[in-house]
Design a protein around this ligand. Structure first.
Ligand code: 5GP
Ligand code: ZN
Length: 309
């Protein structure tokens, strides 16, 4: 598959073609869904280890979860209200033999299969941190709690821009505590995140940002998020100065998740939460654009830091 079509290819599409040609990414028939080739996977592993060494302390709670999430969690968090366009819902076949015959006819005819399936009780995780909050229910210790989670995430945004994948990995550090603790965590991590990228030879700028809310309330929600400085992104111009890519982002949720999941501080107040997300593939794509597609040509210190050669 070549990303290049008859129209004038964007810088992002040209980059995708180079990544496919070098077998860093391997194509499927679908835009935004790729297998990771050997070199890409090696960088990814090294990056995971580097983040662990840099960000995890002995107090950090380690959590690893399936890439599917109970649908009840996204419903409770209002994901259907705010981002229905991004959610990957799952369906299952629950019928008997008669219904199966009808399903097979539909498969053979290439018909819509949806009438033969049922909405499942799980969805694809749209972000890693949704799994964390239910497990924080109850009273936090005085120092709050920090969780380290990594997960496959899905967002329904088909694109030939390799920086916009539909299925990608997100590593997050999530803190729950008092408002001061959550904000302090957020502020410290924005600085530390920039420093981490510098260690990888990457230069990022920090900008206030907003999420792609759906529908009529979209502008208002996004404006509020910016006005309250709730979301920041670390941007790198991977292939285009005009369209830099958010390789990491931080979110301060105030008491949103604390309320929803009954998380309290020792004095009985609703807990505040903040998270810091590493967009794993995007960081790898930034590394490849900055240091070249040949790992053997990368600076020695970087090779050592990411355990590649
Ligand atoms: P957010 O929840 O802030 O939208 O996403 C968190 C992080 O996940 C982003 O900073 C970014 O690095 C990564 N991310 C978001 N959307 C995509 C995407 O479409 N493709 C890839 N590869 N990473 C994404
Ligand atoms: Zn998060």
């Amino acid at each position: 598959m070549s990303a290049l079509t008859t129209h004038n290819a964007t810088a992002e599409e040209v980059y995708l073609d180079r990544l496919l040609a070098a077998q860093l990414l391997l194509p499927t028939d679908l835009p935004g869904i790729y297998a990771r080739g050997s070199a890409f996977a090696q960088i990814m592993e090294g990056l995971e280890h580097a983040i662990t060494r840099y960000g995890r302390t002995k107090e950090t709670i380690l959590l690893r979860c399936p890439p599917v999430l109970p649908r009840s969690i996204v419903e409770k968090c209002g994901y259907f209200q705010s981002f229905p366009q991004l959610l990957g819902c799952m369906c299952s076949f629950t019928g008997g033999t008669t219904e199966h015959d009808a399903l097979m006819q539909a498969v053979d005819a290439g018909d819509n299969l949806l009438p033969h399936l049922e909405l499942a009780d799980v969805v694809m995780a749209p972000a890693a941190c949704y799994y964390v909050y239910p497990y924080l229910a109850g009273t936090l210790p005085t120092e709050g709690k920090t969780t380290d989670i990594e997960n496959w995430c899905y967002r329904h945004e088909p694109s030939l821009n390799p920086m916009r994948m539909r299925s990608f990995r997100m590593r997050e550090f999530v803190h729950a505590g008092t408002p001061e603790q959550a904000l302090g965590f957020r502020d410290r991590w924005i600085e530390r995140a920039q420093e981490f990228l510098t260690l990888l030879g990457l230069t990022a700028t920090v900008e206030a940002a907003s999420d792609p809310f759906f529908g009529a309330g979209e502008r208002l929600m996004a404006a509020q998020q910016r006005a309250q400085a709730l979301k920041f992104e670390l941007l790198i111009p991977i292939v285009s100065d005009e369209r830099p890519t958010a390789v990491m982002s931080s979110n301060y949720h105030k008491d949103h998740f604390g309320h929803l999941f009954d998380i309290h501080t020792p004095d009985g107040q609703t807990a505040h939460t903040a998270c810091l997300a590493f967009g794993m593939e995007r960081i790898v794509l930034a590394l490849l654009a900055e240091h070249g597609l040949q790992l053997s040509q990368w600076p020695r210190t970087l090779q050592a830091r990411l355990e590649v050669n």
